[in-house]
Design a protein around this ligand. Structure first.
Ligand code: PMP
Length: 353
């Protein structure tokens, strides 16, 4: 740290993204990306758009926002897009949290939430997951503040029903409830359909997982138009041109290729069920996942050791060191071939090879 680093950021512990190694080719199952390339519509749109890069991009993100609004049956002024959903989540913490409205989230959830709180200097309230790693719904309903819930949760993959989400939203009439649906397309039910009914609900999604655009950096929020207007006030105060031209075009094109999206999602779900069955055959406990990853552990197998041995064998998964989950690993669902490579390596490790 330099001597110039502002005191207000003292104690800031930055988010650590998953490894993006360059040293060798891995079977890469550590950052919940899609194993499939973006839709062919995307490369055509990006190529056609390259000529316009001399101009600033559209600050209103009109075409991509319209495509998202049409897809979800909402108005354009109920949509905001960002440089990944991380940006939308940060805008939301900046816009809606303060000393009287702490950011409320689970102890085991997306690791960026506490970082957003810290950099925006807002207090936090942490609600432990229950013994079975599910969200403690009653505790969330009782705790006042700006709630953020990943649904399905990460890294557990466990999903709440829409009915339960509605209960939590209804219990917080005076604060915003953010439902982070980064993984919802893999088997959850989106809360977008509750947006008309609840003025305090903000649903956040991403193109990084089910739409194969992690490198394009595109996420979005859907809410009541007043919530979106507040988020736009933050956006225009930080980065009006927050989504570059090529990504805006990529997002619009991706939305137009519904068949490709549905096919890839179905494949990931099938590969997930296959992986779960095989892991269970080997004696693993796998939390019930509605995401494009599984979270698994095996009694007698040290989670850190399993991760390291997999890496030596060229398979990269995500390990977390916090006490409650240190014996788990989070395994992204890739192609059938990738999952077979992971399962084979795991079997070898169990056999001491
Ligand atoms: N929410 C959750 C729960 C995530 O796991 C991720 C991916 N790291 C994100 C949001 C952010 O995704 P992105 O910024 O790529 O849209």
């Amino acid at each position: 740290m330099s001597k110039f680093f502002s005191k207000k950021h003292g104690g800031l512990v930055a988010y650590t993204p998953g490894e993006q190694p360059k040293d060798r080719g891995y079977v890469k199952l550590n950052t919940n990306e899609s194993p499939f390339p973006p839709s062919p519509f995307v490369s055509a749109a990006v190529q056609a758009g390259a000529n316009g890069l001399n101009l600033y991009c559209d600050p209103e993100n009109t075409r991509v926002n319209t495509a998202i609004a049409n897809y979800y049956g909402v108005q354009k002024n109920q949509v905001i897009t960002g440089n990944g959903s991380d940006e939308i989540l940060n805008y939301a913490v900046c816009a809606f949290c303060d000393d009287t409205s702490p950011l409320v989230f689970a102890d085991i959830t997306y690791g960026f939430y506490p970082v957003f709180a810290k950099i925006n200097a807002v207090p936090t309230k942490i609600i432990p997951l229950k013994e079975d790693f599910s969200i403690d719904v009653e505790a969330f309903c009782a705790e006042q503040g700006t709630v953020v819930i990943a649904n399905p949760n990460a890294p557990t993959g466990i999903c709440l029903s829409l009915e339960t989400i509605e209960k939590i939203v209804a219990a917080h009439k005076n604060s915003v409830v953010i439902i982070d649906e980064a993984y919802v397309d893999f088997g959850g039910e989106s809360a977008v359909k509750l947006v008309e009914k609840y003025e305090n609900l903000l649903v956040v999604q991403t193109f990084s997982k089910s739409r194969s655009l992690a490198g394009g950096r595109l996420g979005f929020g859907i809410a009541n138009e007043k919530i979106i207007a507040d988020l736009n006030t933050v956006k225009y105060s930080l980065n009006p041109y927050n989504v570059n031209t090529l990504t805006q075009l990529a997002g619009e094109a991706s939305m137009q290729d519904k068949g490709y999206f549905e096919k890839n999602v179905a494949t990931v779900i099938a590969n997930r069920e296959y992986t779960v069955a095989k892991l269970e055959e080997m004696g693993f406990e796998v939390l019930p996942s509605k995401a494009n990853f599984v979270f698994a552990r095996k009694s007698g197998l040290d989670g850190g050791e399993w991760y390291v041995r997999l890496k030596e064998k060229g398979v990269l998964v995500r390990h977390f060191t916090s006490e409650r989950i240190k014996d788990f690993n989070r395994v992204t669902i890739g192609t059938k071939e990738q999952m077979d490579a992971f399962l084979k390596a795991t079997k070898e490790i169990l056999q001491g090879e």
